[in-house]
Design a binder for this molecule. Structure first.
Ligand code: NAP
Length: 280
């Protein structure tokens, strides 16, 4: 089974569009998303453009605030504080990476955790790991939705997460634990990654190394979710060798068209959730 992230994201956006029109009639207001872009990073510019496009498509009020790369940190922090106070803004996202003179941690900590649609604020990270309500980082949330399309009940499954970043690996681990998986989290110092992967019923690859996971690393019938987006001479590829692994796995996400489209759809969902919580 090839897990179609593009179609799943389209369906999710349709559902969100309907929810937004319901919110509009209930509250006479729609959720608002403010995205801040600092600098000219080409990949970030594309991500932000797509976020704005889909936000508009589902009917969110969205704005993109653009700053030059030499922006003073203080100006950015003050802007975030203004957005925190603005009742029309339900969600705030500062596109990463930021220029090196700006302290990423300070920026994330300044966003009101209730408006932190990326789920990176320490309060959301803590709530997620404690099993409380929180904003969940968009990419792992998208991975979970795709996983549940293949298998509703993940109880007792052995999941191997490759990568321990705050963005992907760590929150993914928390989501899998919530589903009662037994989770092994691996990273660059893991002794025998192939042996770990061979024990997995579920593999989540979030590494950033093209085609790292090979066909003979995967147990027959495993589910493989590929988070990687790697630019190579032959185009964009994932962290999984799709041609090899798709012959062994029960289900696999392609790159592109797998996890990628889900990330933005989940961002829109998080924005709606923030709006709902602030209006209860
Ligand atoms: P990251 O912050 O660079 O983290 C990479 C992780 O992989 C680290 O934990 C690192 O271990 C581990 N690692 C590196 N080499 C390894 C190896 N040989 N064996 C096992 N683990 C290894 O990356 P990220 O931000 O999580 O992104 C990972 C990938 O996902 C990238 O390709 C990125 O472009 C992609 N991505 C996709 C989406 C999407 O929407 N689909 C969103 C975000 C990111 P250490 O901790 O020991 O260094």
């Amino acid at each position: 089974m090839i897990i179609d992230g593009k179609k799943t994201a389209e369906d999710l956006r349709k559902d969100l569009k309907r929810k937004i029109s319901e919110l509009k009639s209930t509250y006479n207001a729609v959720p608002g998303l403010s995205v801040i872009l600092v600098g000219e990073d080409p990949a970030s510019k594309i991500y932000v453009k797509n976020k704005a496009k889909f936000a508009k498509e589902v009917g969110l009020n969205s704005e993109v605030i653009r700053y030059p790369a030499n922006l003073e940190e203080k100006v950015l922090l003050n802007k975030i504080k203004d957005l925190n106070k603005n009742t029309k803004v339900s969600g705030i996202l500062v596109q990463l990476p930021l220029p090196s003179h700006i302290d990423k941690k300070k920026v994330i900590d300044t966003i009101d955790h209730a408006k932190d649609v990326d789920g990176f604020h320490p309060m959301n990270v803590g709530n997620l790991s404690s099993g409380y309500k929180s904003n969940i980082p968009c990419t792992p949330l998208g991975c979970s939705i795709l996983l549940k399309k293949v298998e509703k009940n993940l109880n007792g499954k052995h999941a191997v997460v490759i990568g321990r970043s705050n963005l992907n690996g760590k929150p993914m681990t928390q989501l899998l634990l919530k589903e009662n998986c037994t989770v092994t989290i691996t990273h660059s110092k893991t002794k025998d990654l192939k042996a770990e992967c061979l024990r997995a019923d579920i593999i989540i690859a979030a590494v950033g190394i093209p085609k790292l996971v090979k066909g003979d690393w995967v147990k027959k019938g495993a589910i493989v979710i590929d988070v990687g987006i790697n630019k190579t001479e032959s185009g964009i590829v994932g962290d999984v060798d799709f041609d090899e692994v798709s012959k062994v796995a029960k289900a696999i996400t392609p790159v592109p068209g797998g996890v990628g489209p889900m990330t933005i759809a989940c961002l829109l969902q998080n924005t709606i959730n923030c709006f709902k919580r602030s209006n209860i």
